[in-house]
Design a protein around this ligand. Structure first.
Ligand SMILES: Cc1cc2nc3c(=O)[nH]c(=O)nc-3n(C[C@H](O)[C@H](O)[C@H](O)COP(=O)(O)OP(=O)(O)OC[C@H]3O[C@@H](n4cnc5c(N)ncnc54)[C@H](O)[C@@H]3O)c2cc1C
Length: 727
């Protein structure tokens, strides 16, 4: 309501300006004609005339009315150069800021809410360099004054910054016009005031800050190399440290484009994903799922099956792990030294350390030390599990994803009592797997819900499923310490001020993973790190020829994001002197492989709310899906977030069987800007899980159908039936 009132007042002022033909008063001819009258007024009462001029100037510029240029000339003619510049400089800056504030009040919030996600890059740019942009726009008087006010209002620039940069930026142009005004009688038109040479000077002045900024950053970049002597020739184009997803893909790309590349791996080819992460965990999840299916065979009408009578069987951990290890072995050749050597990558097994920005020293596993000079280095050294610093934890012993698989391989049976610390994706996946394999699992999470990155309804859904699998899920429980009494190990957790003791045979820590940041030269080269290695958008570290990719670079910790970054690291390292590419994180999907799976791309509700992004939400319940019903897996939902009034997809969360696979359609849609209408108009095979994607789109379409057309359509059909009086 308030906005409408402001809009009405503005509209009235503008209409009045044109109805009363005030524009004709603000012309050069009119100014010249009235000059002697204005001069008399000024001589009679200089302060009052100055104040009236100031207020009028503010009003004209605040309302974005034409005439500011003529008024600036008038300032010169009436008040002289100095006083004229002072008056106009403050009045124009104030008027511009008022116009900016009104535009922001009327449009800024709604534009940001509606398009905030699409404006992110612009917003980030303005937050970083907004003052520079504005200064350049202000200095070069060819950019319309009112348009700058309006456009800047839609960005997150601070109003104080807007004011002072406008004032400084417009000063030179103001001086030129006021000065021209002092020679008013000689002026025939406004056109000649800005000669091409003067305009060019303004353009040069406008780009000067950018040139200065670039020069400073080039000098700064060069200065980081001070004290190191750059080799004249290099042994390699690139040395890649770490052969996980990030390092493998980087070195592969480098080899494909003909670079001489060496990949160094200290432990196992394939890194965490193959050896201790995605692959073993997904293999274990499958065994656990089969165990669950066996237990629920009766749900599928499979009663009295001989051989399956041992529903409460204690499974052999050794056999389960034999399969897990077999899976790893089968995938291993994809990441093997042989494969990469054949692809043209030199692979060295050993521990690499950066000695200087162009030198890597490798303590080879065969005992030799090898030193390589290289034009670029890519750090893909990954992450490792965080172990919470609990008193007593070393004494009781603990498992992490690093040592879990080896320990399991040596166990005859599934662990009896297991405590899993952590309610994130890895904690939830492993918790459910062990519960399904027969362990008594207690999951301890400090926060008030598990899977906290997802929406509350997702957390609730997964928690209910874990509990249905027999897990004791303790949220809001903070681990305090571990104790050991005789053979009995326990962990003490605190809940609402009370201590709770939980006994266990094994304690599994899944409280997060931290980037590997020490031991390989970052400290010696003073490469800045925070929770990860600090990089710019090109994945360059402090040293522009040293890059980071994967878990060690963050912000994501997924195999597919490591490979995604690898492309940028490789291309920027090898061709950055010609063209550099900013790592693009706009459409990042991920899946938690619990059952049901939780898959997401883009925003969920809690993120949209936090970002102040307006959204419409459409939820399709998978309990309605024919295929899900046929498989007795009718549970979960597809939650679609869209821009209000548009079919643009902001994000999708899918909870259900095969959610990770279903998500791919929406990842593609978001990546290539396809809206919900396109998904809806695509044929999906019946009966498949993927129909859920179409049905949520259909539900969205139904909700967005224009209701005002309905009565007219009814009338039309009634008319077609010849029943003109019917509704
Ligand atoms: C239990 C678990 C389940 C997971 N499940 C999934 C999943 O389902 N999907 C998914 O996308 N992600 C999953 N992840 C995450 C995934 O494993 C990582 O995101 C991925 O491995 C990151 O790859 P990377 O190349 O950055 O690092 P890594 O795979 O950790 O590779 C880094 C390599 O660098 C080597 N290295 C380190 N320092 C040196 C040095 N100085 N010299 C030589 N070599 C060195 C290390 O030995 C290591 O092999 C899971 C992780 C875990 C722990």
């Amino acid at each position: 309501m308030k906005k409408i009132a402001v809009l009405m007042i503005l509209a009235l002022c503008v209409v009045a300006f044109f109805v009363f033909d005030l524009a004709s008063l603000l012309t050069l001819e009119q100014l010249k004609a009235s000059m002697s009258r204005f001069s008399q007024w000024r001589d009679a009462n200089p302060i009052l005339v100055s104040a009236a001029f100031f207020v009028l100037y503010v009003a004209v510029t605040a309302l974005s009315l034409p005439g500011a240029a003529v008024m600036t000339l008038a300032a010169g003619a009436l008040f002289g150069l100095l006083w004229g510049v002072i008056l106009v400089s403050f009045a124009s800056s104030l008027g511009a800021t008022l116009a900016f504030l009104v535009a922001r009040y009327l449009l800024g919030d709604s534009v940001q809410k509606k398009f905030g996600d699409r404006l992110k890059t612009i917003n980030d740019g303005v937050t970083k360099d907004g003052a520079f942009y504005l200064f350049t726009l202000r200095l070069v008087p060819i950019f319309p004054f009112f348009l700058i006010n309006l456009l800047m209002a839609l960005t997150p620039i601070r109003s104080t910054t807007f004011y002072w940069v406008s004032q400084v930026g417009m000063l030179a142009g103001t001086a030129v016009f006021v000065n021209a005004g002092t020679q008013l009688a000689k002026l025939d038109s406004l056109v000649g005031i800005l000669s091409p040479a003067l305009l060019l000077s303004f353009v040069l002045l406008g780009v000067f800050p950018w040139v200065a900024k670039t020069v400073i950053s080039v000098i700064k970049r060069k200065r980081v190399y001070a004290g190191y002597s750059k080799p004249k020739r290099f042994d390699r184009n690139m040395v890649v440290i770490g052969a996980g997803a990030g390092g493998l893909v980087t070195s592969y790309i480098a080899a494909v484009v003909g670079a001489k590349v060496t990949l160094v791996e200290a432990h196992k080819m394939g890194g965490d994903c193959l050896n201790t992460g995605c692959v073993p965990s997904k293999a274990l999840i499958k065994s656990a799922k089969v165990a669950k299916l066996m237990r629920s065979a009766e749900n599928y009408g499979l009663e009295n099956l001989s051989g399956l009578e041992n529903h409460s069987a204690q499974f052999s951990m050794a056999k389960i792990m034999a399969r897990v290890n077999e899976v790893i072995k089968t995938i291993e050749p994809h990441d093997s030294i042989e494969r990469y050597t054949n692809l043209g990558v030199e692979v060295i097994e050993g521990y690499a350390k950066i000695i200087d920005p162009w030198t890597v020293e490798i303590a080879r596993n065969d005992g030799q030390t090898q030193t390589l000079t290289t034009r670029s280095i890519v750090l893909a050294t990954g992450a490792e599990p965080v172990v919470p610093p609990l008193p007593g934890i070393e004494e009781v012993g603990y498992l992490t994803s690093d040592n879990l698989w080896q320990t399991l391989s040596s166990l005859p049976t599934v662990p009896k009592r297991l405590v899993v610390l952590g309610g994130g994706p890895i904690g939830c996946e492993l918790t459910q797997s062990f519960a399904r394999l027969g362990s008594q699992v207690t999951q301890v999470e400090m926060g008030d819900r598990i899977m906290a990155r997802e929406d509350g309804d997702v957390s609730d859904f997964v928690k209910a499923r874990l509990e249905a699998d027999g897990v004791t899920v303790l949220t809001g429980h903070k681990a305090l310490r571990c104790e050991i009494n005789g053979d009995e190990k326990s962990i003490i957790v605190e809940h609402q001020g009370q201590e709770v003791r939980i006994s266990f045979d094994y304690l599994l820590c899944a409280v997060g993973r931290k980037a590997r940041l020490t031991g390989y030269g970052l400290e010696d080269l003073a490469i800045p790190v925070d929770r990860t290695i600090t990089t710019n958008e090109y994945l360059e570290t402090l040293y522009p020829n040293i890059f980071a990719a994967g878990d060690v670079a963050g912000p994501y910790q997924f195999t597919h994001t490591a490979s995604h970054q690898a492309w940028y690291a490789a291309v920027n390292a090898l061709f950055g002197n010609v063209k550099k590419f900013k790592a693009d994180y706009r459409v990042i999907p991920w899946t938690t492989f619990t059952e049901p799976e939780v898959a997401r791309v883009g925003l969920n509700e809690q993120e949209a709310i936090a970002a102040g992004t307006d959204y419409d939400v459409t939820v399709y319940g998978i309990d309605d899906l024919d295929r899900a019903i046929a498989e007795s897996e009718a549970a979960g939902f597809v939650k679609l977030l869209t821009v209000p009034g548009s079919d643009k997809i902001l994000g999708v969360t899918i909870v259900g069987e095969h959610a990770g696979e279903l998500l791919a359609e929406y990842v593609l849609a978001m990546k290539h800007g396809l809206g919900v209408n396109k998904v809806f108009s695509t044929i999906h095979t019946y009966p498949t899980w993927s129909e859920a994607n179409k049905f949520v789109a259909g539900q969205w379409k139904q909700a967005s159908a224009p209701t005002h057309l309905q009565p007219w359509l009814k009338k039309y059909h009634a008319w077609r039936r010849g029943a003109s009086n019917e509704n």
